[in-house]
Design a protein around this ligand. Structure first.
Ligand code: SF4
Ligand code: SF4
Length: 137
């Protein structure tokens, strides 16, 4: 959902510069939020910045603009086509979750050959030949 500003707003001006989407502006009487630009700060922060700074807590969600986190993230993409969403935002984190890990398959073991006889070539761990005889003087 986008947020909106109720008539309890005291026009203190502190929320407008905090909005990363330029969604807040001074209306006829009080400040207003453009629902077409408000993403609830999805894509930028993990919480709405205007709500954090408002001294009178007059910025609730706007029930006339119900949107899912994915829709808010898509709105962020339309507003900022050249920017990636911040990975800390919940919607971004779920949208960019890595694919499930597939366990490794097919080892290169040859049947019937003891594992200690595999891969010994070129290892440098050579042992002396068994037929070396002692030279007597
Ligand atoms: S929630 Fe974020 S994007 Fe929406 S008006 Fe407030 S600061 Fe702007
Ligand atoms: S911070 Fe709250 S009181 Fe101040 S201008 Fe914004 S909505 Fe109004």
């Amino acid at each position: 959902m986008a947020l909106w500003i109720t008539d309890e707003c005291i026009n203190c001006d502190v929320c407008e510069p905090e909005c990363p989407n330029d969604a807040i502006s001074l209306g006829e009487l009080i400040y207003e939020i453009d629902p077409g630009r408000c993403t609830e700060c999805v894509g930028h922060f993990d919480a709405p910045q205007c709500v954090q700074v408002c001294p009178v807590s007059c910025i609730p969600v706007n029930p006339a603009h119900v949107e899912t986190p994915a829709q808010l993230l898509a709105k962020f993409g339309r507003l900022h086509p050249d920017r990636a969403p911040h990975p800390a935002t919940p919607a971004a984190a779920s949208a960019s979750a890595p694919p499930p890990v597939v366990p490794p398959v097919a080892t290169d073991q040859r049947p019937g050959v003891p594992s200690d006889r595999l891969g010994s070539h070129g290892s440098g761990a050579s042992s002396p030949p068994s037929d070396v005889s002692t030279v007597r003087g």
